[in-house]
Design a protein around this ligand. Structure first.
Ligand SMILES: Nc1nc2c(c(=O)[nH]1)N[C@H]1C(S)=C(S)[C@@H](COP(=O)(O)O)O[C@H]1N2
Ligand SMILES: [Mo]
Length: 388
């Protein structure tokens, strides 16, 4: 193998692995199934990204040399420029993601959405490039591509492969979109499903309607590792148990009688998307802790979800932070089941994997507990860091 074809081989293999691990990380339908692998997939994706960046840079010298000597067709040059642009963007956003950095509420678009958008266009370009090169190779080898008539035929093949590539890119984008309810770009019109039947609904306090935060910006991705559970006010319960004087079980009605607070906070997912200034109304966790009348041995608070699988935990000190709450309303409306309603935990200073959706129980414990993602490599102290 020549030096240049070795480079091309490495570059394309790495690009393939990059796309594969990227798709596995962003697929919603595989989120639960791949949970144990997630942290390794993430590292593999980053390592591939670094090699991809190096091999992309390694193209600069041979390409500039070729650029001068060959009378390249404009389209070909445009193709290289486009790909270089996309690669640079994908690498830059990838670096931001790898270091957990955020670009701020720039039109509500998160780094992750930019990264995915660039990746989608790159995949289309790569598919087109591979298709046309492959067909080119096949047709020249069998000798059909020479001669006047065949030139038409070749351009026909090129065009049809372009269409096929676009179609393939579309299918992939659609697959990702459907599986995850994810949008590449902001979609304010989006409505979330709500299968909860809660009677009465929580009455918003002053500040919730109209939301003092002015309504959230950005886009939630509906994340779950299980089927979305649906709640009914007749059977819904909230339990406080563990190291307490007296375990407590609250009905929906009793739960709604506890005073609530309204606050505005940002919502950070560790994978790189953010929702800005959502107005939450909920019961402060410190209030629930007081209600629980905990024993002195209690050092940690463990949270349960009605999905029966997901848990997380905070130290007692963290749980008592003034903005940690079990929210029932967001921007003045009941939190839909898609987003963790009827009640979900909100821990604004930490990544959202602490924000247990469909929360239905709190246990006071003496030893730390590794929750669902924490036992799969995520940090227990999930402080949001690296905000630019
Ligand atoms: N029960 C439950 N809670 C959960 C999760 C989950 O899969 N199940 N995912 C967590 C993660 S990683 C994030 S980013 C947020 C996503 O919240 P959303 O689906 O409302 O956007 O919920 C968190 N709480
Ligand atoms: Mo997350």
């Amino acid at each position: 193998m020549s030096k240049s074809s070795r480079l091309h081989f490495t570059h394309s293999t790495v690009a393939f692995l990059l796309i594969l691990t990227g798709l596995m990380l962003s697929s919603q339908s595989l989120r639960g199934a791949l949970a144990d692998l997630r942290i390794y997939l993430k590292y593999a994706h980053i390592v591939c990204g670094v090699i991809f960046a190096i091999t992309t840079a390694a193209y600069i010298v041979p390409l500039t040399a070729k650029w001068k000597t060959f009378a390249w067709r404009t389209m070909q040059k445009a193709g290289y420029i486009l790909f270089a642009f996309l690669a640079k963007g994908a690498i830059f956003t990838g670096v931001l993601l790898a270091f957990g950095m955020d670009i701020g509420a720039a039109g509500g678009i998160s780094v992750l959405h930019l990264h995915k958008g660039l990746a989608m266009i790159s995949i289309t370009v790569i598919l087109y490039h591979s298709f046309s090169e492959l067909l080119n190779l096949l047709t020249t080898r069998s000798g059909v591509a020479e001669g006047g008539f065949q030139v038409d035929r070749r351009s026909f093949i090129r065009w049809s492969s372009a269409v096929a590539a676009l179609f393939g890119g579309g299918v992939i984008a659609n697959w990702l979109g459907r599986g995850g309810n994810e949008n590449l770009f902001v979609n304010k019109e989006k409505r979330f499903s709500n299968c909860n039947q809660m009677d009465p609904p929580p009455l918003p306090n002053l500040g919730s309607v109209p939301p003092i935060g002015g309504g959230y910006e950005g886009e939630f991705e509906v994340f779950t590792v299980t089927k979305i559970p649906c709640a009914n006010s007749d059977s819904w319960q909230f339990r406080l148990f563990g190291l307490v004087d007296q375990p407590l079980t609250l009905s929906w009605k009793e739960f709604l009688e506890i005073p609530r607070k309204v606050q505005v906070s940002d919502f950070y997912c560790v994978t790189g998307w953010t929702v800005y200034h959502a107005t939450y109304e909920g019961i402060l966790l410190s209030r629930l802790i007081d209600l629980g009348r905990i024993k002195s041995q209690a050092r940690y608070v463990k949270f349960y979800s009605s999905d029966g699988i997901y848990t997380s935990a905070l130290s007692l000190e963290q749980a008592k932070m003034e903005d940690v709450m079990v929210a029932v309303l967001m921007d003045g409306e009941p939190i839909p089941s898609d987003l963790g309603g009827p009640a979900r935990l909100i821990v604004p200073k930490m990544y959202a994997y602490k924000g247990v959706k469909w929360i239905n129980a709190i246990e006071f414990i003496a030893e730390p507990h590794d929750g669902y993602w924490e036992s799969r490599g995520y940090e227990n102290d999930a402080w949001v860091k690296g905000k630019i």
